[in-house]
Design a protein around this ligand. Structure first.
Ligand code: ADP
Ligand code: MG
Length: 240
């Protein structure tokens, strides 16, 4: 069965101000939905609503028809993985320790890691070409290498839905392309529903099957890259 993620008129307010309002979209397994829009338009809030970090004040997030707000945190973490924008790792973990954290939603408190977990960790590192960093401190890796390790951690969660919030904001263009090539390949191979916030409209056009353009928390345009990236839409929203 093809995975399906639906946002059905979701709304969220921090206090009195709505940060996301009446946002709806559908995303399918094997495809990348790109979320674009100016700073403060609600992109990160939308990612947090899909991942369950925030709960919509109205509307629903549905995965294969099920309302995810009814799910346990463990079940949600077994289904949805997040790659944040700026991965701040304060402690001196090795790359393989970071990837192993992806198994946490599967391991109960007094249990330790199994051979099956080890196999999944190894496969995630192979798929992201990070095996060679296994014993090295995450702090000594370059930004692009570190982001690949974080993607490996997300894969180790064996998610059905992969959320990325400006995963390449801190990287130069060559490494941005490398990360999006990886994300595209994994999305196809594992038939993930991938939702990525992008700051670069060229990358959005190149890698996303569909785009959602946010303006002040509402949907300004939604559909194919060609329609969403029409100059009228872009100038109206970005004020160019
Ligand atoms: P984007 O990711 O598109 O830059 P955000 O989702 O981070 O936008 O923010 C959307 C709006 O919500 C902004 O006006 C922002 O100031 C506000 N906002 C974000 N996080 C919080 C918060 N924790 N408390 C109050 N307001 C917030
Ligand atoms: Mg943001």
């Amino acid at each position: 069965m093809t995975m399906q993620l639906i946002a059905d008129s979701i709304k969220f307010s921090y206090g009195l101000r709505a940060a996301v309002s009446d946002v709806s979209f559908k995303a399918a397994g094997g495809e990348i939905l790109g979320i674009i829009g100016p700073n403060g338009s609600g992109k990160s809030t939308l990612i947090k609503l899909i991942s369950g970090v925030l709960r919509p004040t109205n509307g629903n997030v549905l995965i294969n028809g099920e309302d995810t707000t009814l799910w346990s945190p463990r079940r949600l973490a077994q289904t949805v993985a997040v790659v944040p924008q700026d991965t701040q790792i304060a402690f001196d973990f090795t790359a393989d320790e970071i990837v192993a954290m992806g198994r946490n939603p599967y391991i109960s408190r007094f249990q330790s890691i199994t051979n099956n977990d080890m196999d999944i960790i190894k496969a995630a590192m192979t798929a992201t070409n990070t095996s060679q960093f296994a014993g090295r401190s995450i702090l000594e890796l370059s930004g692009g290498e570190r982001q690949r390790v974080i993607i490996a951690r997300a894969l180790a969660q064996e998610p059905k839905v992969l959320l990325l919030d400006e995963p390449t904001a801190a990287l130069d263009i060559n490494h941005e392309v490398e990360i999006f090539e990886l994300v595209r390949r994994l999305t196809k191979q594992k038939q993930l529903v991938t939702v990525a916030v992008l700051h670069d409209l060229n990358l959005a056009a190149e890698y996303c099957h569909r785009l959602l353009l946010l303006s002040r928390g509402t949907v300004a345009a939604y559909g194919s890259a060609e329609t969403v990236l029409e100059p009228e839409n872009i100038s109206a929203v970005y004020g160019l």
